[in-house]
Design a protein around this ligand. Structure first.
Ligand code: ATP
Ligand code: FE2
Length: 323
């Protein structure tokens, strides 16, 4: 079975072909480069100008003909309305013109499923940290449930906003990581954990008001926010009695975050897993693969049911593909 998956919830638009054995035959994507924060309509224009060439490229790279595609999957939400609409329109047209079924995939769950495919993780707690999202997700009692999340903005957005203010190029996360390596003084920033949830905008405001070397500020932002994430992830492990942590989202490419999570899991006798970079960031293979899992277990939708879901909650999805 060959699945064509399309991702397009925020900055990234892409197309992937995977088969039913989990072989990723192509995974091509392009990212809208924001200047002053993401502009949803401009991002959607970017996506609509790229989507047809990306479909062609994905088919070519995987050596698959249009008429060999058996299923179309798309990112149904959560995400930015104009971006989601662009991708949903492309997916509906493809499904109708190729006369193949359609599935709408929850973007957050897809990060977890691609991690299970690409690493040895079997039933992990996912620490998902991207630009727009920061969530701790695990499968319990038949659903993917959110055990903790940001109460304001995603950590990546916070890093990008802080970086923009300091004149860094987008995305600022990797620039901050580099600068942080030159810092060693832990400056006072609010440590904002509320139960299992976290907050980042107060930290950003405090960091912007500090009059200290930039290296030390970057170091302190990382140490503080990553410690918060490590704390809530550890509690999710204890609560769910799981012994695997899977990392997902663009921010988890950060070596310091990986190191802190690894140390915590080792101390608990648990294991942490990080997928290859192309499967950490927003990527279409995760949509194609999750679409396959859903379809294979009996889920598909009609075009009438394919409305986008900007606030699509992780725990709304009926998980038919896990025992
Ligand atoms: P979404 O929130 O919808 O999943 P996104 O557009 O934020 O999507 P991702 O590709 O998952 O997409 O993540 C991008 C984010 O990751 C950016 O905010 C970027 O600054 C951050 N990032 C990338 N590399 C690093 C790094 N080494 N350290 C910290 N943050 C990083
Ligand atoms: Fe994402």
């Amino acid at each position: 079975m060959l699945v064509l998956g399309i991702e397009g919830t925020a900055h990234t638009v892409g197309v992937s072909i995977v088969d039913g054995d989990g072989e990723v035959l192509s995974n091509v994507f392009e990212t809208y480069q924001e200047k002053e924060g993401i502009h949803p309509r401009e991002a959607a224009n970017h996506h609509s100008s790229k989507i047809v060439p990306l479909i062609r490229e994905a088919l070519e790279e995987s050596n698959v003909g249009r008429d060999e595609v058996d299923l179309v999957a798309f990112s149904q939400g959560p995400g930015l309305g104009p971006c989601l609409r662009t991708v949903a329109t492309a997916a509906r047209s493809l499904s109708l013109s190729l006369d193949v079924p359609l599935v709408g995939v929850n973007h957050c769950i897809a990060h977890l499923e691609i991690g299970r495919l690409r690493t040895e993780a079997e039933s992990p707690v996912l620490l998902y940290v991207s630009g727009g999202n920061t969530q701790i997700i695990a499968f319990t009692k038949g659903r993917y449930r959110v055990f903790g999340e940001t109460l304001d903005i995603g950590l990546g957005n916070m890093l990008d906003k802080f970086g923009r203010d300091k004149g860094m190029n987008f995305p600022a996360g990797p620039v901050i990581e580099k600068k942080a390596r030159g810092g060693d003084e832990l400056l006072d920033l609010p440590y904002s954990v509320k139960g299992m949830d976290v907050e980042f905008s107060g930290i950003m405001t405090s960091a912007l008001n500090l009059d200290e070397p930039l290296e030390d500020i970057c170091y302190s932002i990382q140490e503080t926010t990553f410690a918060m994430l490590t704390e809530v992830t550890e509690r999710a492990l204890a609560h769910t009695r799981k012994n695997e942590v899977l990392l997902g989202g663009g921010v988890v490419q950060n070596k310091r975050l990986q190191e802190m999570i690894e140390k915590m899991t080792e101390e608990r006798g648990a294991t942490s897993f990080v997928p290859e970079p192309e499967f950490c960031v927003d990527n279409p293979a995760m949509i194609a693969w999750t679409g396959y899992l859903m379809y294979d277990s009996g889920t598909s939708i009609s075009v009438e049911e394919s409305n986008i879901r900007q606030k699509f909650r992780t725990d709304e999805v009926e998980v038919t593909w896990r025992g």
